[in-house]
Design a binder for this molecule. Structure first.
Ligand SMILES: [Zn+2]
Ligand SMILES: [Zn+2]
Length: 414
């Protein structure tokens, strides 16, 4: 067979699959404690939704979206991120009117046509949250802490939290003007930068090719209006009071257009890369811009594959408690149904109160030798053998697969 998973996609199994589910399970517990509810949105949406919300002059919209036409010539896109869909759902279900203080989380596959590299795939998993209806810096601080707690929940503790404020529609234009003036003086900008300088100069700061040239870039902090300044200061003091260490990075602008005021990124040295594990920020205008009632909002997202790569580097998976594998075998085929019903009972209730087991039921029509070989293949720790001689006395044999010793045990004691 010549079929392979498409470039940039991967099959997730074994320990990686356990990692993805474990991260999602832990995230659900943490989200619940913060009062966030789950929302599942479609994997594809009207392509225009993403173009409008993420912004035309962004990498995602210019280069990375999977856009296609369906059979009725509708222009659709596989979702490249979660926020646009959540905002669309929030407005579509009139939650902007009925519950303007909604807190939601999502988890699922996202799609971006990017160059595949370690922990970066074209289909990847994201976990994210959106906090609608609060303009308080307490919401910004809570979202940052939430993202940090999710990372810690899978053993990623060594991280740096970078924050910045992008200002509001009042003060950002002044900064933008100063930035354009400065960038105009930088020589040899790449083509992307030259184009973005006109459309979206903030995005120029994100350029991976040119970022080292921006040594004397003006800082947003000098341009923030009093309201934005107060907001940013309060966000910082709340983070401090909650014991969250952060670094202010004035070059942090994030790759999406909808951010206002606080933006943040969490990076870890564990994967030795410039890329963020989790990121987000405030987007006070997006709900209004997409046709809803003006609703302030703040959110974040993390890429599960990248987080798990960092978790792996910190040795988190070494502490994984694997279930104990138990194989049920029959030496005499006439005991097959007894063995089978015993196996089902163990699958339902565990064995001797131990629920962290995986039970492999009996295989009929095979010799005991080949059943034991199979037990080794599934890496069983113990094999329980139903044999006539012992069964007559209400017993079976428990074989230790490592040292090959065996003992007789009373069935109803097990
Ligand atoms: Zn402002
Ligand atoms: Zn550039």
């Amino acid at each position: 067979m010549n079929y392979k998973a498409p470039r940039g996609t991967h099959d997730i199994f074994g320990i990686s699959a356990s990692g993805v589910s474990l991260l999602e399970q832990r995230a659900k517990v943490i989200f619940k404690r913060h009062g966030f509810e789950e929302v599942r949105t479609p994997a594809f949406e009207d392509a225009a939704l993403f173009m409008r919300s993420i912004g035309q002059a962004t990498d995602i919209v210019e280069k990375e979206m999977y856009i296609f036409e369906d059979r009725k010539k509708r222009k659709l896109a596989l979702r490249p991120e979660g926020t646009a869909s959540l905002v669309r759902a929030f407005i579509e279900h009139r939650m902007d009117v009925s519950m303007p203080a909604g807190r939601f989380f999502y988890m699922g596959e996202m799609f971006r046509y990017e160059r595949p590299q370690a922990g970066r795939y074209r289909q990847f998993h994201q976990i994210g949250a959106e906090f609608f209806g609060s303009s308080s810096p307490a919401a910004d601080a809570e979202i940052i802490i939430l993202a940090q707690d999710l990372l810690s929940s899978v053993g990623v503790n060594e991280m740096n939290v970078y924050i910045n404020s992008l200002g509001c529609e009042k003060c950002r234009p002044l900064f933008r003007e100063a930035l354009v003036k400065y960038l105009g003086s930088v020589r040899d900008l790449c083509e992307d930068c030259l184009r973005r300088l006109e459309k979206n100069p903030l995005r120029v700061l994100d350029c991976k090719t040119d970022s080292s040239k921006f040594t004397e870039v003006p800082g947003m902090s000098d341009y923030l209006c009093d309201c934005c300044k107060d907001n940013f200061n309060l966000t910082q003091s709340l983070l401090k009071s909650a014991g969250c260490n952060y670094i202010v990075n004035e070059k942090l602008v994030r790759g999406l257009d909808y951010y206002t005021k606080t933006v943040f990124e969490i990076r870890s040295n564990a994967i030795g890369s410039q890329d963020a594990l989790a990121a987000g920020g405030r987007y006070d205008n997006l709900v209004g811009e997409l046709g809803g009632q003006n609703t302030p909002a703040v959110g974040f997202a993390l890429g599960s594959e990248r987080v798990l790569l960092a978790a792996q580097k910190t040795g988190f998976f070494g502490s994984f408690q694997e279930s104990e594998k138990i194989f049920i075998a029959v030496a005499d085929q006439e005991l097959f149904s007894e063995a089978f019903s015993f196996a089902v009972k163990a699958m339902r209730n565990g064995l001797k109160g131990n629920k962290n087991i995986s039970v492999f039921g009996p295989v009929n029509g095979k010799s005991l030798t080949s059943q034991l070989k199979f037990a080794d293949k599934v890496k069983a720790v113990k094999t329980i053998v139903f044999a006539k001689t012992e069964f007559e006395y209400g017993k079976f044999l428990v074989k230790n697969m490592k040292d090959k010793t065996q003992i007789e045990v009373l069935i109803n004691e097990f």
